[in-house]
Design a binder for this molecule. Structure first.
Ligand SMILES: *Cc1c(COP(=O)(O)O)cnc(C)c1O
Ligand SMILES: [Zn+2]
Length: 397
């Protein structure tokens, strides 16, 4: 089975070869035939309800459960941005982040093609996701992490028994080197923005769209790192537009948010450039989105420009404040990386504003349960004798 890919930038097409990019240097994405697509008439809740737009059939194991995440209304956050806030909560995916959407597609195609091993270059969520999906399919999984990763980050990945190697050298180069070796050695690398991963991750956008159909939310705000998820969401909406399923063909305004301490894409946007240059620093509380050299950075700039949106940077204090707001006023525990979406939406609200009763979707990309660092929250829990408990009840009543 061959899969066709196209380049968003120059329009050229090719047959998918693992890890290959377009001659123009930009990443490919999987070509689909969306013209005949209609909203599915099926009870299937997972991302596989969109199988007509996906390059493979659902796997039997864990991958079958990817996607199908809830859209949580958060009325107590509305005032923050003067719009109606919805959180697309990706924490209910099998390993707690949207990465499962892409891993499910990538691992399942690898198994179909008879590969015995898959791999990824990641220092966190994507590695955990790939290791889990490979475990379910019975494939080996090679996880390449930066040499300086704290051992504590490896525990949750190691639980699924992948082969982990801490690699010395430039982490940005490792992304390309792994794809090259993977192609030679038949290890199917599913990195952050490879076509099969993006194909799976576009279903975040399809689900958001279907939740509002036939309307379209005004804006979607999401964290961005490599640009793989952002590319997918943009692609999903382009396909729906081609299928004639968006009112007036209007794609929501897409806003992408980075941590100010590591914001190569936002920097390029700010300067009005069309290409992203790597940055030096990656020290931020939002460690899941600290990519100094994002492989799909240029594609994110294109998505923001195409939809009339933008790319923003928010500082760590704003991120932690937003994380507290989401926990205390929407009831969701999210990773600090995800909180950038609210912090970014607050900035947009101040700088240009949303329509008054506009629907604004914040993509909460991952659970906070894997991110148990609570140093920014003061835990107040005095001890009281049971005989005096009545006084406490009086206090809160
Ligand atoms: C990977 C990840 C992101 C960034 O996604 P990209 O596709 O790399 O841009 C955002 N949030 C969380 C929780 C992630 O794990
Ligand atoms: Zn190209």
């Amino acid at each position: 089975m061959s899969i066709n890919v196209t380049c968003y930038a120059c329009g050229s097409s090719a047959t998918l070869v693992d890890g290959a990019r377009c001659d123009c240097g930009e990443p490919y994405w999987v070509e689909t035939d969306p013209e005949a697509f209609a909203w599915p008439d099926t009870a299937e809740r997972s991302q596989w309800r969109y199988r007509d737009l996906l390059p493979t059939d659902p796997p039997i194991g864990l991958g079958a459960c990817a996607g199908g995440t809830p859209l949580v209304r958060a009325p107590r956050l509305d005032d923050d941005v003067r719009a109606q806030i919805h959180l697309k909560y990706e924490g209910t995916n099998p390993t707690g982040t949207f990465k499962d959407r892409g891993s499910a597609v990538g691992v399942s195609v690898a198994a179909e093609r008879g590969y015995e091993a898959v791999g990824t270059v990641s220092h966190g969520n994507m590695a955990r996701s790939m290791a889990a999906h490979a475990a379910s399919e019975g494939l080996d999984c090679l996880v390449l992490v930066p040499a300086d990763i704290p051992p504590s980050r490896l525990g949750l990945i190691a639980r699924h028994d992948p082969t982990i190697r801490r690699v010395e050298g430039d982490y940005g180069d490792l992304y390309y080197e792994a794809l090259r070796l993977g192609r030679q050695r038949e290890v199917a690398f599913v990195n952050s923005d490879t076509p099969l991963r993006v194909a799976g991750q576009k279903t975040t956008g399809l689900e958001i769209a279907e939740s509002f159909a036939p309307d379209v939310p005004e804006a979607i705000v999401m964290p961005v790192s490599s640009g793989g998820h952002a590319s997918g969401v943009w692609k999903g909406f382009r396909e729906l537009s081609a299928a004639g399923l968006l009112e007036e063909d209007s794609i929501p305004t897409l806003f992408f948010v980075q941590a100010a301490a590591c914001s190569p894409i936002a920097d390029a946007w700010e300067r009005g450039e069309e290409t992203v240059n790597p940055v030096e620093s990656d020290e931020t509380v939002a460690y899941s989105i600290a990519n100094r050299n994002p492989p799909s950075g240029n594609r994110v700039l294109a998505a923001a420009a195409d939809t009339g949106g933008g790319v923003l940077a928010v500082d760590d204090d704003a991120i932690l404040d937003a994380r507290r707001a989401i926990a205390e006023r929407a009831g969701l525990s999210v990773e600090s990386s995800c909180a950038t979406a609210l912090a970014g939406a607050r900035t947009v609200a101040t700088e240009r504003g949303f329509d008054d009763d506009a629907d604004v979707v914040l993509v909460a990309t991952g659970t906070g349960f894997t991110d148990t660092d609570t140093t920014d929250v003061e835990v107040t829990a005095p001890t009281v004798p049971m005989a005096d408990l009545d006084a406490t009840f009086e206090e809160i009543a």
